[in-house]
Design a protein around this ligand. Structure first.
Ligand code: COA
Length: 159
């Protein structure tokens, strides 16, 4: 079974992340979408809330597992019997950081490879910060995130 791990902060998951997940499912038998718990970011949503949003956004996709991890991703990937990390590349500006991370992850665990997938061009400008900002200012995010995420943002930022 070909298993890949898709790590991130997912604060919250967006249609751009979902696009990467769907593309990944055409290559892998199973994708573990996993939330970094000790990232330097200060998430708006709790880990449980973020995992719930990934679950509700991937309803109907059979081969998705939602998880979380602490510490370095490379050793964690190994505990899942996986050898591949999926990362999205939205623009050339993503590349340098991703290249460094991929090589460091390989240094930590020689058997790990990172696969880069490009989302549909209509999602290349998206990130979770923009979505949170839109939500905070009561902007319409319906075309950028799954409907259950729209609801969670409304709960976080009531009128
Ligand atoms: N669609 C929409 N947005 C996307 C996207 C896509 N396809 N791909 C990335 N983004 C957004 C993310 O939402 C995020 O937005 P934000 O900065 O506004 O929150 C931003 O682009 C950066 O995303 P990403 O590069 O995935 O960073 P991340 O913070 O979500 O995840 C980790 C980074 C957690 C995977 C990485 O830091 C990690 O592995 N940490 C563990 C420690 C470790 O092992 N480090 C590596 C070796 S030193």
């Amino acid at each position: 079974m070909k298993i890949a791990v898709y790590p991130g902060t997912f604060d919250p998951i967006t249609n751009g992340h979902l696009d990467i997940i769907k593309r990944g499912l055409t290559i892998f038998d199973k994708i573990i979408v996993t939330i970094a718990l000790n990232s330097s970011k200060k998430p708006l949503f709790s880990a449980e809330e973020r995992m719930d949003m990934i679950r509700c956004s991937t309803v109907g996709m059979d081969n998705i597992e939602v998880a979380s991890f602490r510490g370095l991703i490379a050793p964690w990937v190994k505990t899942q019997n996986a050898h591949t990390i999926i990362r999205g590349l939205r623009a050339i500006s993503d590349f340098e950081y991703e290249f460094q991370m991929a090589l460091m992850n390989r240094k930590i665990n020689e058997s790990i490879d990172t696969i880069f997938l490009m989302p549909n061009a209509r999602y290349t400008f998206l990130n979770s910060t923009i979505i949170r900002e839109m939500g905070r200012l009561q902007g319409d995010v319906a075309q950028f995130v799954p409907s259950c995420v729209v609801e969670r943002l409304k709960e976080k930022f009531p009128d």
